[in-house]
Design a protein around this ligand. Structure first.
Ligand code: C5J
Length: 221
């Protein structure tokens, strides 16, 4: 049965029969010391801190046998799905496909491209490699979600203002009701995270809703 989750800008009516969790890009290269994000000069400890919260959110959905989607930003080894405009914008030596400390950067199958072991998908969960920042382009995910009857998406992952927000906006345009779990997402730039959340909930929830994990847990209880 559907129930209300206190959220901004107003209650999100969550229907367990039609909801899925989407965990965006919790991959080693963005989060671990020595990975791609670190090599770019980012403070990855900001992202590391949300790992227990994301794990608890995954556990909440797993305990109720609700669908979970995990994404990775990942390109084919021949980079045929990486537009030159995307690759060439990177720093020389740290571009997509270059060899970094954890293998080829943002290339499927490389060590750095794997989801953190503590958040690893289990059998039956959906894992998609997305060549874009958004989760729909080039993935077939919309058909998969339609097949499961999913109309609502709860979001977590990194980074808030890039792949999370892009995916949420794409989903919103496709008619999904979307809610971001505020403390299960993070950015290398705190001001970007804060601004992204405000943009999502502004104007009556122009992109969707936002709430902390504790509130969602209480609503499920
Ligand atoms: C970025 C992502 N920031 N997962 N990717 O390039 O947000």
């Amino acid at each position: 049965m559907a129930f209300a989750v206190p959220a901004r800008p107003y209650d999100f009516i969550l229907d367990p029969k039609h909801v899925a969790l989407v965990v965006i890009d919790m991959q080693r290269d963005f989060i671990e010391t020595g990975g791609f994000g670190d090599a770019l000069g980012n403070d990855v400890s900001r992202l590391t801190k949300i790992v227990p919260t994301v794990a608890a959110l995954i556990a909440l959905f797993r305990a109720r046998k609700l669908p979970i989607v995990h994404t990775r930003e990942a390109h084919r080894p021949d980079l045929s799905d990486c537009p030159p405009a995307k690759r060439l914008r990177g720093k020389p030596g740290l571009r997509i496909g270059d060899v970094g400390a954890m293998g080829r950067i943002l290339v499927a199958g490389e060590p750095g491209n794997q989801i953190l072991p503590e958040l690893a998908p289990v059998e039956g969960e959906i894992v998609i490699d997305k060549p874009g920042k958004g989760m729909f382009w080039g993935t077939g995910l919309q058909d998969t979600l339609a097949g499961l009857g999913i109309t609502q998406l709860v979001f977590a992952g990194v980074t808030t203002e890039v792949c999370v927000q892009t995916s949420m906006r794409e989903a919103n345009d496709r008619g999904y009701e979307c809610m971001l779990v505020e403390d299960a997402t993070e950015s290398y730039f705190p001001e970007f995270k804060a601004a992204a959340i405000e943009m999502i909930v502004a104007q009556g929830g122009i992109v969707g809703w936002a709430t902390p994990l504790s509130v969602l847990e209480n609503a499920f209880a």
